[in-house]
Design a protein around this ligand. Sequence first.
Ligand SMILES: [Zn+2]
Ligand SMILES: [Zn+2]
Length: 258
Amino acid sequence: MESYLTANYHTHTTRCHHAVGEDRAYVEAAIEAGIRVLGFSDHIPMPEIDERLSGIRMSYAQVEDYLDSLHRLQQEYKQEITIYIGYEGEYFAPLFEEQIRRLRSFGYDYLILGQHFVITDGRGVYTGAPTDSVAILKMYVDWCIEGLSTGAYRYLCHPDLIYFTGDETVWRREMTRLCRYCKEHRIPMEYNLLGAMEGRQYPSERFLALAGEMENDIIIGIDAHDPGQIGNQSVYQMAQNAVRKYQLHVQTDLPGLR
Ligand SMILES: [Zn+2]
Ligand SMILES: [Zn+2]
């Protein structure tokens, strides 16, 4: 049997309204699977901007409960596993500083970037929906790069969430721009196990081929929304096959995390 991840930094909780299972169940599933470092990264709270964008994340009112619960689990399971507390967030320039300032006052270990939306014509657009809009593709890449350039985020989650169905050369040009930025700034890009598990558009062969060519650093993330998604050997095997096929540079440590 192939071994499994020893570290995972992409874990959700029920506070985001679309995950299931107690916090403790995630920790126990991780220990059971042989994970030694578990990072929680639930969807970050955001100052209210749009009803549809706030329904998939915790509120600021839930932050204390999130921290209390995870601090207790850190103590309780410290002999078996190291737990870090973070958030997965989208970069949105007008709210970024306010958002981070409020979170810092509570304290956290790390942030990762998952650019689930862009905003065009005043409306949120889910970047995982199929689109042939070059403007949306470009905006996605621009916002990812701008977000990463703040230095606030340790890695880029599911970089190929953007579901561009238009011209392949345009896709390649834009995604090369994103890969190059990450390569030059040594920011890992994620192989997302949840996408593989659920047969989503990501991780895509075309992206993995590009990341292999560009020699990007890759971190494998579970993106667990259910404790049962932790420890899935067959999906981990798929990731290992991709690593071999595209000669991906996998790393297990999150840069800068103590
Ligand atoms: Zn989610
Ligand atoms: Zn996630």
